[in-house]
Design a protein around this ligand. Structure first.
Ligand SMILES: NC(=O)c1ccc[n+]([C@@H]2O[C@H](COP(=O)([O-])OP(=O)(O)OC[C@H]3O[C@@H](n4cnc5c(N)ncnc54)[C@H](OP(=O)(O)O)[C@@H]3O)[C@@H](O)[C@H]2O)c1
Length: 331
């Protein structure tokens, strides 16, 4: 038997609620690798999956959410993994379509796992989680499009959130000048500790302007917000600079013009972490182990247990969670 947070749907109201239950291994879904999950985390998507309607992501109940997990292989029918191997999983719609990491055991496809890189343990991997992994993919995309330190400030929107916090710490560690956009002025000291040298108030960039081009300011941008803020930022990018579009915390719309693309050669780079091929995943996890300072990662961590998840899930949807939550499955 093992412990898991299970979402169960009330047939009358059609709404799901969370309960901590004891499950047996034969209740786990089909898969080739069984993992003893040690840590999981809370991302924006987890907030959706923990909500009463499942955020449109959960199809079947009862459901075990948790889009990320890290732990140790217990049993494997696949040659790539053997008992005792340390692994991490993000994406592939685990925690949405398939049971995820909010249980002490998970059974998944071997193709979805990545061996933990040297220098990163299971807890640190979950302090990174999908949010941090996506931040790393964004940095890699900007670098692949020519970003180098010394070209000017790199803007990070939603800076005090999960993606934003890890992006800020990685960029600063690599020698970039980082400007963090936040709607929470009280997080300014935290962002400075992560390495931001400039704090931009959310209101400054939330306001729409009629001019499609403004002063060329940012050498790059990692955008977790989307919506009007992304539209505004496009018009402030330096000539030939790139924006990595990661999230939609501020809206899925994009009320922009094409002028920044046509007159300044600005690039808008889409970042997907969910269906990323294995080679990219391995490269990103290896870079995280070397380029993300572990003491800064630790400063972002808020520890939690399964019973904290309903409240944390609701909080992340309201933009109230700072940095990264690490859920101890044995806590
Ligand atoms: N593309 C992918 O594969 C991928 C992977 C991971 C995450 N994402 C997406 O990236 C986004 C961030 O994820 P996360 O896990 O970092 O979530 P998070 O921890 O909640 O961070 C989002 C941050 O955005 C800011 N924000 C929230 N509401 C806002 C609003 N209305 N206007 C402007 N800013 C707002 C807040 O930062 P401040 O308090 O600092 O303002 C908040 O902390 C989400 O939309 C998520 O779905 C996408």
């Amino acid at each position: 038997m093992f412990k898991a947070l299970v979402m169960e749907k009330d047939e009358e109201s059609g709404l799901a609620a969370a309960a901590i239950k004891e499950l047996s291994e034969d209740q786990l879904p089909a898969g080739d690798v069984t993992v003893a999950v040690e840590y999981s985390t809370v991302n924006y998507k987890d907030g959706l999956c923990l909500s009463p309607k499942g955020g449109g992501l959960v199809r079947n109940y009862p459901h075990v959410p948790g889009i990320d997990f890290a732990g140790t292989v217990e049993a494997s029918d696949d040659d790539r993994y053997k008992p005792g191997d340390k692994v991490v999983l993000t994406g592939w719609r685990v925690g949405e379509m398939h049971w995820g990491g909010y249980g002490q055991k998970a059974r998944v496809k071997a193709d979805w796992l990545v061996p933990l890189p040297e220098g990163l343990d299971a807890r640190q991997a979950m302090a990174v989680g999908t949010a941090g992994f996506t931040a790393m993919l964004s940095v890699m995309a900007l670098e692949d499009h020519g970003l180098e330190p010394g070209q000017g400030p790199v803007l990070v929107t939603g800076a005090a959130g999960g993606v934003g916090s890890v992006a800020t710490a990685i960029l600063a560690n690599l020698g970039y000048e980082v400007a963090g956009v936040t709607g929470r002025p009280e997080t300014a000291d935290y962002l400075r500790e992560l390495g931001a040298s400039q704090i931009v108030a959310r209101e400054e960039l939330n306001e729409t302007v009629k001019r499609p081009l403004e002063t060329e300011t940012w050498a790059g941008c990692i955008d977790a917000v989307g919506g009007e803020m992304l539209a505004r930022v496009l018009g402030q990018m330096k000539y030939g600079a790139s924006v990595a579009a990661v999230g939609l915390a501020g809206g899925a719309g994009l009320p922009a013009t094409v002028i920044p693309f046509l007159l300044r050669g600005v690039n808008l780079l889409g970042i997907d972490s969910v269906m990323r091929p294995f080679e990219d995943r391995q490269r990103a996890w290896q870079r995280l182990a070397t380029d993300l300072p572990m003491e800064k990662l630790e400063a972002m961590v808020q520890p939690a247990t399964l019973s904290d998840l309903p409240e944390l899930g609701a909080g992340i949807l309201k933009g109230q969670v700072k940095g990264r939550v690490v859920v101890d499955l044995n806590g």
